[in-house]
Design a protein around this ligand. Structure first.
Ligand code: DGY
Length: 337
């Protein structure tokens, strides 16, 4: 049966998720993920009603200009700095993201990076794999930094920041955080977290985790000046977005021993990674995989599909996508469906 609506999926997704879309709409799926130009994206979206896109797809005003058919963009991720939300809203296009389903998995990964960087796990593994463990290792070789009992700093205290904080009590850590708005007192008590201003956060944290959204205001929130305020023995973890940290300044601080180590899942201009970071033994680097557990990636993909179907008027939530970013658009289409 020919379906009336078509959607474009910008990368391969789990077959069962694609099947759930295909019950209602024609699905065009790319066979591999690729960084597309604005003109290429514009062409892909020209004759579809909706799309599932990811972080590498920058959907801005130039991409949707003059497109009279496109009704919905479902982003595969909680962060949506790749979408120009104002432009989509102005064009009457519904936009959605994938909050909540990834919170715990991303928080787990922040701890994986923190522990790996503090205890030099990756560096020690490289050394062992290179066949260099031949006896004669000294008692004071491979000294790392403790995590337990220290002060954990968290910049950005949304859902993921709070999940990171909750895990800190298992490590007997005190938690300090900085966020535009303070948590309610009950939540601060639950996480044993104390709000401090940004300068105090940088100076007092033994280890610092970044969990804030990327916006014009958070661009280079951690640059040379901020790194200079941190303890030389600190570990910096970034699971938020590239661009929040000035990677050039970070590489210099790590190389010169002004910061002990870093655990980085995101980079400025990724998938390119600053070569200076790649050379450093005290940087643990991973390719933006904080949400990549099998269960969570499947749940993110299904939520994106459910959002898209609901936005296009299908399924149990028809007309009410579960995680809509611009509800003001809904009314505009009310008379049409
Ligand atoms: C997110 O959901 O924002 C993750 O970083 C994956 O893009």
């Amino acid at each position: 049966m020919t379906k009336q609506q078509s959607v474009w999926v910008s990368r391969p997704l789990f077959p069962e998720v694609l099947a759930s879309l295909a019950q209602y709409v024609d699905v065009r799926v790319e066979t591999k993920e690729a960084k597309r130009t604005q003109a290429q994206l514009r062409a892909k979206l020209a004759d579809v009603d909706g799309a599932i896109v990811g972080l590498s797809d920058r959907v801005d005003a130039s991409v949707v200009a003059g497109n009279r058919r496109l009704r919905a963009i479902a982003n595969l991720g909680v962060g949506y700095n790749n979408l120009d939300l104002a432009a989509l809203t102005a064009a009457g296009i519904l936009a959605t993201n994938t909050p909540d389903v990834l919170t715990q998995t991303v928080a787990d990964y922040a701890w994986a990076l923190l522990l790996a960087a503090a205890r030099r796990v990756n560096s020690a593994e490289r050394w062992l794999r290179a066949g260099r463990w031949r006896g004669g290792m000294r008692f004071d070789d491979w000294l790392g930094l403790d995590v337990h009992g220290k002060t954990l700093g968290i910049l950005g205290m949304g859902r993921i920041g709070q999940a990171v904080a909750r895990r800190a009590s298992g490590f007997d850590m005190s938690v300090i955080y900085h966020n535009r708005s303070r948590l309610p007192e009950a939540a601060e008590r639950e996480y044993r977290a104390v709000w401090v201003d940004k300068a105090e956060l940088l100076q007092q944290a033994d280890h610092l985790v970044l969990v804030l959204p990327y916006t014009a205001q958070s661009h280079h929130a951690i640059g040379a000046a901020e790194l200079a305020q941190m303890k030389r023995s600190a570990v910096l973890v970034n699971i938020a977005r590239g661009g929040i940290v000035d990677d050039v300044a970070l590489a210099a601080a790590l190389r010169e021993g002004r910061l002990a180590a870093a655990g980085l899942d995101v980079f400025e201009g990724e998938p390119a990674v600053n070569p200076a970071l790649r050379e450093l033994e005290n940087a643990v680097l991973s390719p933006h995989i904080a949400s990549a557990s099998a269960d969570t990636r499947r749940a993110m993909a299904q939520l994106a599909a459910d959002n898209l179907l609901a936005a296009l008027g299908h399924g149990p939530r028809a007309g009410h996508p579960p995680s809509l970013l611009n509800p003001q658009v809904v009314g505009r289409h009310a008379g049409e469906t």
